[in-house]
Design a protein around this ligand. Structure first.
Ligand SMILES: [Mg+2]
Length: 191
């Protein structure tokens, strides 16, 4: 029988290692941030994502390999495959903006083909931002996984897992897990 459990997942730094890639392989970020911090902090992420949103076309033009080179987070592909096989309904809820749709779909199709029922773009850097909590409610999510506590703080009544990173450790009001293998041990995944 088809499993009807609904899981919602953040995209950047939970499924895709976007920040790590930007730091390592693009001059702009390397020069700008590497001297400032050895660890990427939440404000750095906001600034970095805003930059990607503003400069997407130029970034893609400068680096034709960008989609293939940005690697998924460790074990994310295996975990997603496993969830799809077990008939979980998977949705992505991302900060990303509408102008990043094509770029996002290309990358997701490359690393996570046919895995997600829908991708919701919250437009967090535009006036028309949508709250992740409202989308969780809309799709009937039972579990939300995110690395940025600021966007999931208002999600109530369902399990929220914070993907553990040095930058989010000052937030302690949610369940915290450090790998996809650990996440798959959650009760929601028990048959
Ligand atoms: Mg994220």
């Amino acid at each position: 029988m088809e499993n009807t459990k609904v899981i919602t997942i953040d995209c950047d730094e939970v499924l895709c290692n976007t920040a790590e890639y930007m730091m390592k392989y693009t001059d702009f970020f390397t020069k700008r941030w590497i001297k400032k911090h050895t660890t990427i902090m939440l404000d750095d992420l906001s600034e970095m994502y805003h930059f990607i949103h503003e400069n997407l076309e130029a970034l893609q033009e400068n680096d034709k390999e960008i989609i293939q080179n940005m690697l998924p987070v460790e074990w994310a592909q295996e975990a997603v495959q496993k969830m799809v096989k077990q008939w979980y309904k998977l949705y992505i809820i991302t900060w990303r903006t509408d102008n990043m749709k094509d770029f996002t779909y290309q990358r997701l199709n490359f690393h996570f083909p046919n895995a997600f029922k829908e991708v919701f773009f919250c437009n967090n850097y535009k006036n028309k931002a949508i709250a992740k909590s409202s989308l969780c409610e809309k799709v009937g999510s039972q579990l939300m996984i995110d690395d940025d506590p600021r966007f999931v703080d208002d999600i109530k009544d369902i399990t929220v897992v914070i993907f553990d990173r040095p930058r989010n450790r000052e937030y302690n009001n949610k369940k915290r897990m450090s790998s996809w293998n650990e996440i798959l041990q959650l009760e929601v995944f028990e048959k």
